[in-house]
Ligand binder design. Structure first.
Ligand code: AGP
Length: 604
């Protein structure tokens, strides 16, 4: 995905655009650029590389003007380069466009335009939009944009500038996020609220394919039938420092430490004396034959933990899918099913497509999402917000553990509906969930030195194997992803019982194995697998709440606190997040913005 920003008002646009892009860089950071209109023409400046490359190019030659758009890129079509960076000009440079999303029919449109004499400067799909605007331009911008809109297919959040539009710019979205910020004699667009939070707390969110006309005096929105529509203004309660590091070296470390508070917000008003209240969601576990969970990356790993919990306590068959697989496998889903889409950003293209497939198959869809009013939240039948607050680091931490907390609440609610959980078990788990924030806060402080020590010992590893059984295997999936995505060490997770069916051939002297043995029912079995790898020379870090049970077979230990067994994945996650963080720090990685990644993937 990419980040877009726009401004028009009483102040020079360039500094505001750069400031906004600095808060959007986590969305994509292989190149960036701005376009500023000086009332006569549109000036574009852009640069390959991180935002500071653009700032260097601008320094001393900042484009004049009070109206502009900006973009920070995660390359999809065309490698990171100056030419492929946004904003993109039209042929005659009268238009400039920034775009987050994918124009799926861009090759057809490129041919259409080539046949009409257009030539192209870049390999991108976005440039097509700028050229189409020029092709259709008749002096009426609304008409021009609508003609372009009717020609393109795919997903987009667009910012559009034209040289004749003094102080006015345009925006439109479909399947990609876009917010419009309302200031005093100045107005903004951005891919997310934190990007312009220092300037305004008042926002409107355009609906799909509505055209927004943004001027310093106000914002006018037209629906698909060109009727002017009034939009509800929302006031954000996010703190302005939400997108700041607050003294931490990286957003990731800050967000690891924010987990207790985030989980508290997720659960605090949803466990009540009358049972679990999932906000206004009206779900009855007795009427659900089967549950499908579809998600990507860490959200999928959370779903894997959720599957074990829901099946154990609510006794509802629960199937988990990678969202990118769910949407193409013709799943046997019906109106007696509940499909749970888990997504921190609420923008992930594959997860959105899985949601739409589930709805097409008549399933009720519940979204577990962090970003309020994101596309997935808006299209689901019900949404359970995780309330983790803005998560800036690409590697999710609080986004993941608050998803676990939300899934525990869902499982408890369904179990109560179906009377499949004994009251004592229900009381034990709800009590443990309520104690999670405090216990986790103490644990993070306690395990931090061990994580640093182990990272100092093992950061040179080239490979790492995370093994576990049951929910510990799901926790292993997340631990492996955390390590590889920020340290670039090749790390894989294996069901501990599966290793001996082939992969154990890779284990040799000093192979790093993280053995997760937290589930008491499976610990002995996992211990035998730890012995198997240890006898072949592996260096084993044991992760457990029962150190005496496994320490003889481990080189090192990360000891989890005593809690309800179902909740140990939260603590395993925190321990392995810190381990990954300090390994990456020792290896000098760009921890908050790892190579090749972006915060959420809005392309397939
Ligand atoms: C996790 O650290 C990664 N950033 C990635 O796997 C992420 O979880 C995945 O892309 C899903 O994102 P979402 O939760 O925003 O849908």
């Amino acid at each position: 995905m990419c980040g877009i920003v726009g401004y028009t008002g009483k102040r020079p646009a360039a500094p505001i655009l750069i400031d906004g892009l600095g808060r959007l860089e986590y969305r994509g950071y292989d190149s960036s650029g701005i376009a500023v209109s000086d009332g006569k023409k549109v000036n574009v400046i852009k640069a390959k590389g991180r935002l500071f490359e653009l700032e260097k190019r601008i320094s001393g030659a900042s484009p004049e003007g009070f109206c502009g758009i900006g973009h920070t890129r995660w390359a999809t079509h065309g490698k990171p380069s100056d030419e492929n960076s946004h904003p993109h000009y039209s042929r005659d440079k009268s238009f400039a466009v920034v775009h987050n999303g994918i124009i799926e029919n861009y090759l057809d449109l490129r041919e259409f335009l080539t046949e009409r004499g257009f030539t192209f400067r870049s390999e991108t799909d976005t440039e097509i939009v700028a050229m189409l605007l020029e092709y259709y331009y008749n002096g009426n911008m609304l008409e021009t944009i609508i003609k372009m809109r009717n020609k393109i297919k795919g997903s987009y959040a667009l910012g559009i500038l034209h040289e004749n539009e003094n102080g006015v710019f345009y925006a439109m979205r479909k399947d990609s996020p876009l917010v419009i910020g309302l200031g005093e004699n100045e107005n903004f667009i951005a891919s997310d609220i934190p990007a312009v939070l220092p300037y305004t707390r008042r926002f409107i969110i355009p609906d799909e394919q509505e055209v927004a006309v943004i001027s310093p005096d106000g914002v006018t929105v037209y629906n698909r039938n060109r009727e002017q529509v009034n939009k509800q203004i929302t006031v954000s309660d996010l703190s302005a420092d939400a997108a700041e590091k607050d003294g931490f070296a990286h957003f990731m470390l800050k967000e690891i430490y924010e987990q207790p508070g985030a989980i508290k917000k997720t659960v605090h008003d949803r466990i009540t004396p009358d049972g679990i209240k999932l906000d206004r969601i009206k779900l009855d576990g007795k009427k659900i034959r089967k549950i499908f969970i579809a998600a990507c990356g860490s959200a999928y790993h959370a779903g894997a933990v959720g599957k074990y919990f829901i099946e154990k306590y609510a006794r509802i068959e629960t199937e988990i899918d990678l969202a990118s697989e769910f949407r193409y496998r013709d799943p046997i889903v019906g109106d007696d099913c509940l499909t749970v889409i888990i997504s921190q950003s609420g923008e992930t293209a594959d997860s959105l497509a899985a949601l739409r497939e589930a709805k097409r198959l008549k399933s009720r869809v519940l979204a577990i999402v962090n970003v309020v009013d994101s596309i997935i939240a808006r299209e689901a039948d019900d949404v359970l917000y995780t309330r983790a607050g803005p998560e800036i680091a690409v590697a999710t931490t609080k986004g993941y553990t608050t998803q676990l907390a939300a899934l525990y609440l869902l499982g408890l609610k369904l179990a109560r509906d179906r009377e499949t959980i004994p009251q004592s078990e229900y009381d034990g788990i709800t009590s443990a969930v309520e104690k999670l924030p405090e216990l986790l806060s103490a644990f993070i402080d306690e395990v931090n030195p061990a994580a640093q020590y182990l990272a100092g010992k093992y950061y040179p590893a080239n490979d790492a194997y995370f093994i576990g059984r049951g929910a510990d295997w799901s926790a292993a999936l997340e631990g492996a992803l955390k390590l590889k995505e920020i340290s670039y060490i090749h790390a894989e997770a294996y069901a501990a019982g599966e290793l001996k069916h082939g992969t154990i051939s890779l284990i040799e002297k000093n192979s790093l194995v993280i053995g997760i043995a937290a589930d008491p029912a499976l610990r002995e079995k996992t211990l035998s697998n730890i012995k198997e790898v240890r006898s072949r020379g592996a260096a084993v870090i044991g992760v457990t709440d029962s150190p005496d049970a496994i320490k003889a077979e481990c080189d090192e230990l990360m000891v989890l606190p005593a809690t309800h067994p179902a909740l140990t994945p939260v603590f395993t996650a925190a321990a392995l997040q810190l381990f990954a963080y300090y390994v990456a720090a020792a290896r000098g990685g760009d921890i908050d913005k790892p190579r090749n990644l972006a915060k959420s993937v809005t392309v397939e």
